[in-house]
Design a protein around this ligand. Sequence first.
Ligand code: G1P
Ligand code: ZN
Length: 563
Amino acid sequence: MSTLTTAIIDTVTFEGQKPGTSGLRKAVKIFQQQHYTENFIQAILDALGTSLAGSTLVVGGDGRYYSKEAVQKIIKIAAANGVSKLLIGQNGILSTPAVSAIIRKYKTLGGILLTASHNPGGPDGDFGIKFNCENGGPAPDAVTNKIYELTTSLKQYKIVNRLQIDIDTVKSTTVQVDGKPFTVDVIDSVGDYVALMKEIFDFDCIKKLIQGSDERPPFQILINGLNGVTGPYVKEIYGKELGVSDANLVNCVPKEDFGGLHPDPNLTYAADLVDAVKAGPYDFGAAFDGDGDRNMIIGKKAFFVNPSDSLAVLAANLNVIPYFKKTGVKGYARSMPTGAAVDRVAQKTNIECFQVPTGWKYFGNLMDAGRLSLCGEESFGTGSDHIREKDGIWASLAWLNVVASLGKSVEQILLDQWSTYGRNFFTRYDYENCDADKSNDMMKYIEDLIGKPEFVGTKFTSGSKTYVAKEGDNYSYKDPIDASVASKQGLRILFEDGSRIIFRLSGTGSSGATIRLYIESYESDPATYTQDPQMVLKPLVDIALKLSKLQEYTGRDKPTVIT
Ligand code: G1P
Ligand code: ZN
């Protein structure tokens, strides 16, 4: 190919290109507007400043609708902005954890992820773009704020219009751009990630569990990829490496529209998995979200493992996993709304435990500083310092490694955990697609109410239960490593007995507002351990709904999703 040249295009600025909890997420139709995607990519590259020239970046995503167009735009714009090399997943496919792993392995300047995670896809669905830094983790607030600021005054972008690279085949292509070499390596989407998993876990032990032995029948597992990006990874790891039959790996071909599914692994949107495990012979079920960073774990008869409990169980059993045998356990962390079960494990083992705001980006500094090994969020996110993202397949393998080593069922592991530590009951109510103004009004109302000095000491009674307010605030976090402050991270009502009510507005939606209500209480009476969390938490839910006037503000008499 002859030398390609850069063109400078005059553009219009767009409002609202502000990354949320995890990148910029909008309807596909918004990204399809002329210049919209180009502007945001240019702003990401501009935010990297002088480190951009000669750099290598990773590009990939969950393969949702509009990904391929976006990859081609990134190739053209990166080439024009002095990037030397792109590592692109074949067909544009790379799970979010795989991008993180690849950034770290090849020590690149960062990566651009094309995903809206668990939001539905397709021409009428959502698209998303997110930047991860050289540690492999989501860009911190300082970087995303800078990107946003740049979008508000962007007048031009640079692009190599004639550059078009085939990303369907694994190969390396070098072209001359403005007289300098520019390389695109289309890489196998799964190889590096699979190699990493094999280093971390005891695959032989998991394989024996799954295949059974003279002493133990095969441990039957069912995986549902919800038509997201994890399909090829699941087939390679669970199919080829661990010998699980293809029939037990469901929805494992990535589809641009997720086959119409809402690719979010929870009891509502992964109901197919839950129903199949409830009715079938399976000992274990797992589902992952669109981009592969979330996980849901269920045991026999669809025994549900709450993500907050999942974190605590893994924390208590990390010593069976080869990776942690080597690195030791440096610390634990959870996001603020996540149930505090892990705190109890930390206390008992005398290991540091951190509470951070919602969003994986807040764990990165602690990991980079060598103070954090395992962390999680109530929103079906679990992960470790092997990368800087939460990792769905990793979590499922961690569970299987623990099950294989302990020789107990999923349910028995939970029962034992509760009898050792007591049980932190947890539930989350989501009110999706509410009116944004009314939701903001409600939040303001609650914040005023709980901020009044007389709020402390107020008694709230529901049924036979009475709770006394100990503290109310809008959660603020000071990063222990770089002292940066994240404020307004959720309204917290803390009661004297340790129970909590938390209200937050989602930062990942693409339209309207989603209100999240998180409820937690702790019980140490063994008679309660097997009770339905909805029953145990009902008094607190009722108090939360009454105190917030949620129905009055939103017109909703029930949530869209209960976890
Ligand atoms: C949600 C979850 C949060 C998670 C994020 C990205 O964000 O609540 O824990 O980190 O998705 O997966 P939210 O929509 O609540 O802002
Ligand atoms: Zn995700």
